[in-house]
Design a protein around this ligand. Structure first.
Ligand code: NAI
Ligand code: CS2
Length: 486
């Protein structure tokens, strides 16, 4: 099904805005699944409704060369398939103007682009680990090998943080206005974490530059939400069937989407609100709500679901014990820890999440969500845990979620099959789990990893006991029974 650029996508509704008039005013780091179905789509819909020229230059710093190559081949157009339980809507996205990759185009081209005068925003979906921050403190991990590399070679960086600091240095030197740095990752207070990482890194190189960044650059926090599973052969084939030819850059997602953005931009911003985004003064309550209720229950379902033999989140929802546990976790363990603006209805939010998880068209793998747990667990469950420990309230769902993660990172499932554990800390995790085997003594050892849990949790005897008991239940009865016993 090879197509020329002219006939590609010709069956779809074309962008009504003049693509040739767009400028790369946004540089986005992380042309992954999520960004394609979220920010790029919001931008495309915003362009339909405004007379503006906000285009996006896409950059993948790690991997994804083939995707960038393919994107160029199709004139930077691609499709998003919004899959509801009963029907699918296809949208053609035209907001991407160009693309770069350091291994294809050289690091200098990336830095040159980030230094261009019209670039007003550098946004990111680089995964939790891309911030090179200590998950427990949110501060830059100076010993991270990529950061060490970049500190020694700041003009040819590897990390997103290194690129941002070098681009800002060049802009300062050339008298060009700085850009706003906008994180769109699932990181608690993502703007603050990005800011700390950038400032910590810049201070180590040049305190004057750090001061200039502190005074001139903003790092708005954002709450981003849309379930976008990694593309599979199956979803790509489905898209090909719907549009009449292959689109290797196409991506499928759920119909729901939400984007709450702190309105704090130093160099202008698109009117994303015309496409449904919300600009607010303080995003943190919304971020916490989403991270704890959605991502927290997602991680719970990912570990206990995978161990229980469920490949997808929607499969876990076919087991009433899992859906009840997820719903109870949201409302009893997470919601009471939140301070939301008046009028927020957390019960409806939880009910909608269960409905979204149950969407059978969305094949969201438990294994995918289980990835990078060392970077996710603390922000999804740590804050709530501390709340319950301080108030002496019930947190059994969180204890089982953490125990599920511990059982999962052992690398062996309940049928003695190997689990492909993907995590930047996998070596350390598996050294510990190998030492202890499937034995409850592993719990205290894993809770003792400072970078994940801080120091206070492992010192709390009652907490350690509760997680240990939950771990033992998983060992004795298996994940499904452990969930049922909640
Ligand atoms: P993906 O695997 O499709 O893409 C990951 C992207 O991150 C790639 O562009 C890759 O180049 C980049 N990346 C990976 N490691 C990096 C590093 N160390 N430094 C710089 N860039 C790095 O994943 P996807 O689905 O796009 O998710 C990315 C992030 O978006 C997630 O980690 C999460 O924080 C956020 N997100 C994802 C949602 C989803 O449902 N997929 C929904 C809401 C937020
Ligand atoms: C998931 C999220 O992969 C994960 O860890 O919990 O990517 C989740 O799908 C999104 O945050 C939904 O907005």
């Amino acid at each position: 099904m090879t197509q020329t650029t002219a006939t590609r996508f010709s069956t779809l509704k074309q962008p009504q805005y003049l693509r040739s008039a767009l400028k790369s005013r946004i540089v986005h780091l992380g042309f992954g699944a999520f960004h394609r179905a979220h920010q790029a789509l919001f931008t495309s819909e915003m362009l339909e409704k405004t007379q503006s020229d906000w285009g996006i230059c896409e950059i993948n710093l790690f991997g994804g060369e083939a995707l960038i190559e393919q994107l160029r081949e199709q004139d930077h157009l691609y499709t998003v398939a919004e899959k509801g339980a009963d029907s699918t809507e296809i949208k053609l996205i035209g907001s991407v103007t160009e693309s770069l990759h350091p291994t294809m185009d050289g690091k200098q081209s990336v830095l040159n682009k980030m230094t261009e005068e019209q670039v007003a925003i550098v946004s990111m979906t680089i995964t939790e680990k891309g911030y090179c921050a200590d998950p427990a403190t949110g501060r830059l991990d100076k010993n991270n090998p990529i950061i060490q590399h970049d500190l020694h070679h700041p003009q040819t960086p590897d990390s997103a943080i290194g690129y941002i600091v070098e681009a800002l240095r060049l802009r300062k030197e050339q008298g060009i206005k700085p850009f706003t740095v906008m994180s769109c990752d699932n990181v608690q207070e993502n703007g603050h974490v990005a800011r700390s990482a950038v400032l910590d890194f810049a201070s180590l190189l040049d305190p004057k530059l750090a001061k200039w960044i502190e005074e001139n650059v903003t790092f708005p926090c954002t709450m981003v939400d849309r379930i976008v599973p990694a593309a599979t052969e199956e979803t790509l084939q489905e898209i090909a069937q719907l549009i009449g030819h292959a689109d290797p850059c196409g991506i499928a997602c759920e119909p729901f989407r939400q984007w709450v953005i702190e309105d704090n931009f130093v160099n202008g911003r698109p009117d994303w609100d015309v496409a449904g985004a919300e600009f607010v003064a303080d995003v943190v309550p919304f971020e916490e709500m989403k991270l704890r209720m959605l991502n927290g229950s997602h991680s719970f379902l990912a570990y206990l679901g995978y161990l229980g033999g469920y490949a997808h989140i929607s499969d876990t929802m076919t087991n009433a014990n899992y859906s009840k546990a997820a719903f109870d976790m949201m409302l009893k363990a997470q919601a009471p820890t939140l301070q939301m603006p008046e009028g927020t209805n957390l019960k409806s939010y939880a009910a909608l999440l269960i409905e979204r998880y149950s969407n059978p068209s969305l094949k969201h793998q438990t294994w995918q969500i289980a990835m990078d747990g060392s970077q996710k667990i603390a922000q999804r469950m740590g804050g709530s845990l501390r709340h319950h420990l301080a108030n002496d309230t019930d947190y059994k769902w969180l204890a089982l979620g953490i125990a599920g993660w511990m059982r999962y990172v052992s690398g062996v499932d309940e049928n003695n099959q190997k689990i492909d554990v993907r995590d930047p800390m996998v070596a350390q995790l598996q050294e510990i789990t190998a030492q202890h085997g499937l034995n409850k003594s592993v719990v205290k050892e894993l809770l003792g990893i400072d970078a994940i849990f801080g120091q206070d949790l492992v010192e709390n005897q009652a907490f350690v006991e509760q997680v240990t008991d939950a771990y033992q239940v998983i060992l004795d009865k298996g994940a499904r029974e452990a969930v049922a016993s909640l």
